[in-house]
Design a protein around this ligand. Sequence first.
Ligand SMILES: [Ca+2]
Ligand SMILES: [Ca+2]
Ligand SMILES: [Zn+2]
Length: 312
Amino acid sequence: MSLSVPNIGSAVGAGPDHAGWTNAAPAALPVPPVAAAAKPSAKADVQVWDMSSGIEQPVSGAMLTSGRDKEVSAAWKTAKQVDSFVRTTLGRNGLDGKGSPVRIVVHAPNDDGTPNMNNATWDSLTQRIYLGDGDGELLKPLGRSLDVMMHEAAHAIVDSEVTLRYSGQQGGVNESWADVFGTLADPKDWKVGEDVFTPKVKGDAIRDLEHPTFSHVSQLPQGMALEPHDYSGIPSLAAVRVAETLGREEMGRIWYTALVDHMNSGAGYAAAARATLDAASTRHGSDSNQVTTVLDAWKSVGVEPRWKRRAA
Ligand SMILES: [Ca+2]
Ligand SMILES: [Ca+2]
Ligand SMILES: [Zn+2]
């Protein structure tokens, strides 16, 4: 999935592992004969390729630390922060939940081979995050932005948990979860890519979850298909409103638990909302204030999830 910065097109998009932000009962872990190698690593687990030659060349550890290529080193450092957020904060065993590292491709070109791509994308086929250098006007090199890279990494997480069509509300749910986890990894604001977007313009961003293009279902134009980044603002605003009451971290726990334990493939707004209500109910009880907060947030953006409280 691409970032879809304004005027830029977008691109493409099972088996969880819980220890951190979910509170699923600890299941009996299947222990394969080589269990030691499959355990989450406490160290950063990142792989880097350089595509400045047009093909993906693996970058050695010595090159990463040498700083000889500033963008490679900067992207590598960002990827280590992404990896740390996933393994430590989310308590997830790599992006796919099965130990996969954060794989990034720096200096990624445009589809036609020209350099300075104004985009970052997750490619579900290669399982790598492609980071353009930007043209310096619209974007700076995308490997410098933690919330951008976490956005793409979150697509990897979403892909490994559910199958969502990359259009309509499902595409919006996918993009929203990516933006929410991007801003959870870089929690100083609700903006995505503010550190790399339009270097000459202060205060703007690729997206602002507090101020989406469409902030209520009733505002969505009828009879025309929007692209996923236009549908993502509604669930993202619900997440922001939950965080305003429960705090970012608790919203993150609910949203992550919803994704890994409760969301089904094909989830649109209402199904995604029900997954968050199920997650809040699991964590706090069906009659809890937290459930009420989540329900009110979805209603405030025009999503009526038809979810029933039940005995805990
Ligand atoms: Ca930000
Ligand atoms: Ca700017
Ligand atoms: Zn995306």
